[in-house]
Design a protein around this ligand. Structure first.
Ligand code: ATP
Ligand code: MG
Ligand code: MG
Length: 543
C-alpha cells in the first residue's frame, strides 16, 4: 500500500524539487469536541502517509478554540485512536498554546488599520454582509480610529464586555464576491471555561483566523483540509500575509469521505450518545474509530480501505460493501476458524454411548500448522444451527440436514437425522440422529458422500454465549436522521461456542465457521460471554 499516488503527493514532489521546501510537514487538526470517526481516518491517514513518503513530520494539533464544546475526554480519545491506527505524531500541540501570539498578531492587524471592533449583533453582521448578488453594507464602526480599536480590543480581552456584545472584525472588502472576505469576525467573547487555559482568556479566535496562524506557527508546509474550506482559502492566505508570519503554509483541499447508511458528523454522533440511542461513543455500531475497534475492525483494514479508496478533489460516497470487503481481506488472514452455534438446535446421537465424550485434535488453521491444535469434543448431545435443519429436504440445493438425510459435522462424523421431537405447538424442540463411526474425519472414508457439511458444538463442554449481530445504525434517507434509526441494528442471539474458547487462542478475533468473523466485546466476562460479529463472511451480494 506504499505506492498510492494522488494530487497532493504530486504537489509535494514539485515543492521539494523546486526547493520551495526542504521538508514536508503536515498536521491533523481535530477539534476536541467528539470522538474520531472513519471520515477523520481519511484525514489522519493521508496526512501521516504523505509526510512519511518524504521522511517528513506530522503534528497532531488540537484545534481547541471553542471552549464551550471541548473536553479532555475527547483529547485523550483522539490520541488513543491515532495511536491505534498505527501513527505517532511528531508533536502534540494545542492551538490554545498560541493564544498569546494570536492576540499579538491581531493587535498588529489593528495597528495596520486592518481590523476593528464592532458592536453590531451577530444577526446584524450576517444581514449587512449581503449575499452573492448584493454587496455588503459597511458597519458604522468600520472606520473607527486605530487608537480606539486598540483600547476596545484591550477591553474585550480584560472582560469589560458581555458575551456577544462586541467582536473584532477584519477590514477587507464588503463587496468581495467571496463572502468570507466581507469583514469576517476574527475574535469573539466567551466566558466558558477552557479545558486547557481555564479562565485565562475570555476572547477566542475564530477558525478562519486561528487556523492559518496555527499552521504558520508550526511551520506546516501543506495544510490539508476538506473541500468545504476551498472558499476560505483567500482568507487563509490573507491572514498569513497580513499578520506577517515568516513561514507560509499552503492550504490544499481534498474531498470528504462518506459511506452509505453511515451518519458521520460529530454533531449527530454526539446526539446519538446524549440521547442514549447507543451505549456510548464506542458502541460497536458507531462509525467512530473507538466503536469500530470495539466491534473488531483492525487498523490494517481501515488503513487499506482509506488508501485503497484514494484521495481526490471531490467528495465521495462509498458503499458499505467496499469497507467490509477490505475488512474481510484482513480478517481472512488474521483469524483462525472456530465453531459456534448462534441459534442452537439440540441433537441427540442415539447410538453414541451415554456419558462418553471424545476429544478430537483439530488444527486452528490447516494452512498454518505453526498455530497448533485445539480440542474439539464430540458426544451424545450436540447443538447445531437451527437454520441447518429442515424437516424434509426441499430440493437438491439443500446441502444441510433433514429427516433421513446424512451430513458431515466439521472435524467429526457423518450424522443422519432419524426423528424429530416437537412441542404441542409443532415447534421443533430437538432432533434424534445416529452417527457412523466409520466416517471419522481424517479416516479417509469415501464410500458415501454426505449432503453437505455443517458446524456444531458438543453440548457438555459448550460455552454459553451472547452473540451481538449488527446492522446499520441509521439508514440513508431524506427525513430527519433520528427517524431513520434502524430498530434492528443490534440483534442479540443466545447460543454456544466450542470449549476451546476457554483456552488461550492464537488470534484476538476469529471466524466462526459459516457464521461470520467475531471478537469478544469489551464487556464480555467468563460468566457472561459476549461476542460481537465484526462482519459476515460474505457480502450480501454474494450470498
Ligand atoms: P464533523 O463534521 O464530523 O464534525 P469536522 O470536520 O468538524 O468533522 P474536525 O475535528 O474539524 O471535524 O476534523 C479534523 C479534520 O478531519 C479536518 O481536517 C476535517 O476536514 C477532517 N475530516 C472530518 N470529517 C471528514 C470526512 N468525512 N472525510 C474527510 N475528512 C474529514
Ligand atoms: Mg471542524
Ligand atoms: Mg463539524
Amino acid at each position: 500500500m506504499e505506492n498510492h499516488s494522488n494530487f497532493i503527493k504530486t504537489i509535494m514532489i514539485q515543492d521539494l524539487e523546486s526547493k520551495k521546501h526542504n521538508d514536508i510537514i503536515t498536521r491533523f487538526p481535530p477539534e476536541p469536541n467528539g470522538y474520531l470517526h472513519i471520515g477523520h481516518a481519511r484525514a489522519v491517514i493521508n496526512n501521516f502517509e504523505l509526510a512519511k513518503n518524504f521522511g517528513g513530520n506530522t503534528n497532531l494539533r488540537f484545534d481547541d478554540t471553542n471552549p464551550g464544546k471541548e473536553d479532555v475526554e475527547y483529547v485523550n480519545a483522539i490520541i488513543e485512536d491515532i495511536k491505534w491506527l498505527g501513527y505517532t505524531p511528531s508533536n502534540i500541540y494545542y492551538a490554545s498554546d498560541y493564544f498569546g501570539e494570536m492576540y499579538e498578531r491581531a493587535v498588529l492587524l489593528i495597528k495596520k488599520g486592518l481590523a476593528y471592533v464592532d458592536d453590531l449583533t451577530a444577526e446584524e453582521i450576517s444581514r449587512t454582509r449581503g449575499n452573492l448578488t448584493t454587496p455588503g453594507v459597511e458597519s458604522k464602526n468600520r472606520n473607527r480610529p486605530v487608537e480606539e480599536n486598540l483600547q476596545l480590543f484591550d477591553d474585550m480581552k480584560n472582560g469589560k464586555f458581555k458575551e456577544g456584545e462586541v467582536v473584532l472584525r477584519a477590514k477587507i472588502d464588503m463587496s468581495s464576491p467571496n463572502m468570507n472576505m466581507r469583514d469576517p469576525v476574527l475574535y469573539r467573547i466567551s466566558y466558558a471555561e477552557h479545558h486547557n487555559t481555564g479562565k485565562k482568556w475570555c476572547i477566542y479566535p475564530m477558525y478562519d483566523y486561528a487556523h492559518p496562524l496555527e499552521d504558520a506557527i508550526e511551520g506546516i508546509t501543506h495544510s490539508l483540509c476538506s473541500l468545504e474550506f476551498e472558499d476560505h482559502r483567500p482568507l487563509y492566505d490573507w491572514v498569513v500575509r497580513e499578520t506577517e508570519m515568516p513561514l507560509v503554509p499552503r492550504q490544499i483541499e481534498f474531498g470528504r469521505l462518506s459511506i452509505e447508511n453511515t451518519v458521520m458528523s460529530k454533531r449527530y454522533l454526539k446526539q446519538l450518545v446524549d440521547e442514549k440511542k447507543v451505549v456510548g461513543w464506542d458502541d460497536p455500531r458507531m462509525p467512530t474509530l473507538s466503536g469500530m475497534r470495539r466491534r473488531g475492525y483492525t487498523p490494517e483494514a481501515i488503513r487499506n480501505f482509506i488508501l485503497g479508496t484514494g484521495l481526490s478533489r471531490i467528495n465521495t460516497t462509498v458503499s458499505t460493501d467496499m469497507l467490509e470487503s477490505f475488512l474481510r481481506d484482513d480478517l481472512s488472514v488474521s483469524t483462525v476458524k472456530m465453531m459456534g452455534v448462534v441459534d442452537p438446535l439440540k441433537v441427540t446421537i442415539t447410538n453414541y454411548p451415554e456419558g462418553q465424550v471424545e476429544s478430537l485434535s483439530v488444527p486452528f488453521d490447516v494452512n498454518r500448522p505453526e498455530l497448533g491444535n485445539r480440542t474439539v469434543y464430540f458426544g451424545r448431545e450436540l447443538y447445531i444451527e437451527r437454520e441447518d435443519f429442515i424437516e424434509e429436504k426441499p430440493n437438491k440445493n439443500w446441502k444441510r440436514l433433514a429427516k433421513d438425510i446424512e451430513v458431515r459435522l466439521f472435524h467429526a462424523y457423518f450424522i443422519k437425522c432419524t426423528e424429530i421431537i416437537k412441542d404441542e405447538q409443532g415447534h421443533i424442540l430437538e432432533i434424534l440422529a445416529t452417527y457412523d463411526p466409520e466416517t471419522k474425519s481424517g479416516s479417509g472414508f469415501d464410500a458415501r458422500k454426505p449432503n453437505g457439511t455443517i458446524h456444531f458444538v458438543c453440548a457438555y463442554q459448550a460455552i454459553k454465549t451472547q452473540f451481538n449481530l449488527f446492522g446499520p445504525l441509521v439508514f440513508d434517507g431524506e427525513t430527519p436522521f433520528m427517524e431513520r434509526l434502524n430498530p434492528e441494528s443490534w440483534v442479540k442471539k443466545y447460543g454456544f461456542i466450542e470449549a476451546a474458547f476457554n483456552e488461550a487462542l492464537p488470534t484476538k478475533s476469529f471466524q466462526l465457521m459459516r457464521v461470520g468473523y467475531f471478537t469478544f466485546d469489551k464487556v464480555s466476562t467468563k460468566e457472561n460471554v459476549q461476542l460481537n460479529r465484526i462482519v459476515e463472511l460474505k457480502s450480501s451480494f454474494q450470498k
